[in-house]
Ligand binder design. Sequence first.
Ligand code: NAD
Ligand code: MG
Length: 385
Amino acid sequence: MVKAPKNIAVIGATGSIGTQTLEIINSRPDLYKATVIAAGRRVDDLIELARRHRPAVAVIADVTKYNRLREALEPLGISVAAGDDALCEAVCRDDVDMVVTATVGYSGLAPTIAAIKAGKDIALANKETLVVAGEYITGLLAESKSRVYPVDSEHSAIYQCLQGEDKADVRKLIITASGGPFRTWTADRIARAKASDALRHPNWSMGAKITIDSATMMNKAFEIIEARWLFGFEADRIEAVVHPQSIVHSMIEFNDGAIKAQLGLPDMKLPIAYALGESRRLAGAEKALGIADYANLTFERPDADRFPCLTLANVALDRRGNSACVINAANEIAVAAFLDGRIGFIDIYRIIDRTLDTIPYIAKPDYEDYVSSNNEARAFATSLI
Ligand code: NAD
Ligand code: MG
């Protein structure tokens, strides 16, 4: 039985996933209440959201914005806090039932760990948490009553397909990829791509970092790693296929050769609502897909020559240890530098590759090892720019 209204902590509330989550919560006050909202730096956006959604607590990670937040929200009876530790404390509050992890990058790791240790259910958008520390997080989940509901559209699709099925009957997970804005570009043209080109995603409107990850196809490599830890399938049973229309969100293939897919418009509202509802369906969560309007659903093999970041999924899952943590850190630095116009598009892969070759390998990292690998990889990647 799902408790209603369920109290939700939305971390990364001002972002693409965060604002869509709050819209769903707002549309169903009988089912959901935003108890905690948190953001990184955009304090004015957070204040505006707090005025509208009236959470118990608003948290800003950037401590320099604390006074501004307090002056605006304390008169409304909303508690305020600032800093990374405050974020971890807020998701563990007694009145939080589920945490939506919609922060971007490595910043999702610590609050997700705190929430799992406190036994909170997780609606997981922040894939980087499972990329950085998938093995470690899986271990924590085994000892916690927390359940994880995927928000990433591909993983939500696989999760939906697995309902009512026996995993032993499943041969393969097939993750679809739009191919991004450079799918049809030559390698030479891709090499000269600017941030404005890469930010023009054909199907999805998302935050800047994941949009660049989609252009390099690093996002698909991350999603293979995410699927590895969410569903417990080894890398050789997870395949990526390019599907430019982004209508088939992903598929599972059974031992008898049958393939089961989930289809829908490219709109994150459906997977967010499915996660908030713990696999219950919310009527009208997404505009209906008129299937007759999509006469051509096409599929093609991804091209790792033009998109070398794709190969990093297998590298990370073969080596394990801190490898994916290092890849993620170098990618975050390289993507930020590319967005600032300080490096070219192909430098993103080069920086990740060199960082991975340089940072010492740790086979069985504990939490402190992830923290130090992340810091070292960021420092080294920065030195390459
Ligand atoms: P975004 O850039 O739009 O928003 C990021 C949010 O995180 C903002 O609210 C920001 O304030 C917050 N944030 C940034 N740094 C922070 C920090 N240090 N501490 C606390 N909060 C911080 O990003 P997005 O596109 O909404 O993506 C969020 C996550 O969801 C990412 O991990 C992304 O890969 C995943 N995801 C997004 C989509 C999508 O459609 N946008 C789809 C699938 C998965
Ligand atoms: Mg996705």
